[in-house]
Design a protein around this ligand. Structure first.
Ligand code: SAM
Ligand code: ZN
Length: 187
């Protein structure tokens, strides 16, 4: 049986949707370059004033149960290949965003202990905002907010003065300090 041919109108509609999807993950304020922190990073293409909405963290809206499964599989892949990562972003009590799609430029933003950006949740969307003025050529970074319980799995290479040595949420730095001190005493 012959397959039904797609009309030119269908084809163009699909093409337009793909372009729209791609564009949502891009921004005039930033671009991807090799990073001194890790792998690829995202860099300012121009001066970005404080409190600017820079780029959307786009991806698939997934329920917690599914995002838990995907997080485990992305983590296992990262341990095996050493270059992948976990791209699940917490959205609400019910949903997360899986940003593991190539048009999601913001997925390549690295962590820093002195970040110049932060993630804002607006409804069911996530946007990266500048916390400070950012100069053209500066790498964009935010606090990944990782839990202190798994600090040893995530050494931090942000290179900032005051780097705590691990990718841990700033809100848990006091706890991290206690744990690191206890480890030194044991030795
Ligand atoms: C979502 S990716 C960020 C993009 C990553 N640089 C890349 O090229 O794929 C997150 C991973 O990047 C690395 N990373 C991000 N920030 C880092 C930092 N401050 N120090 C060390 N590694 C970092 C870690 O391996 C982390 O799991
Ligand atoms: Zn650091």
């Amino acid at each position: 049986m012959a397959a039904k041919k797609k009309s030119v109108k269908d084809h163009n509609g699909l093409h337009r949707k793909l372009v729209e999807l791609w564009n949502r993950g891009q921004s005039k304020f930033c671009e991807v370059r090799g990073s001194e922190i890790h792998g690829r990073g995202v860099y300012a293409t121009c001066f970005i004033p404080k409190e600017t909405q820079i780029i959307e963290y786009v991806g698939e809206l997934v329920e917690k149960e599914e995002s838990g499964r995907r997080g485990i599989s992305q983590h296992a892949k990262s341990l095996k290949t050493g270059d992948a990562a976990v791209y699940i972003f917490t959205l609400s009590r019910k949903y997360d965003i899986d940003g593991n799609v190539p048009w999601n430029t913001a997925r390549l933003i690295n962590h820093s202990c002195a970040p110049n950006c932060e993630a804002w949740i607006v409804g069911r969307k996530i946007f990266i905002h500048s916390l400070t003025d950012i100069n053209a050529g500066d790498e964009l970074t935010f606090d990944y907010g990782f839990d202190v319980d798994c600090y040893e799995d995530h050494p931090c290479l942000c290179g900032k003065e005051g780097c705590v040595g691990y990718i841990v949420s700033r809100s848990q730095w006091a706890d991290l300090e206690v744990r690191l001190r206890a480890k030194t005493v044991k030795k």
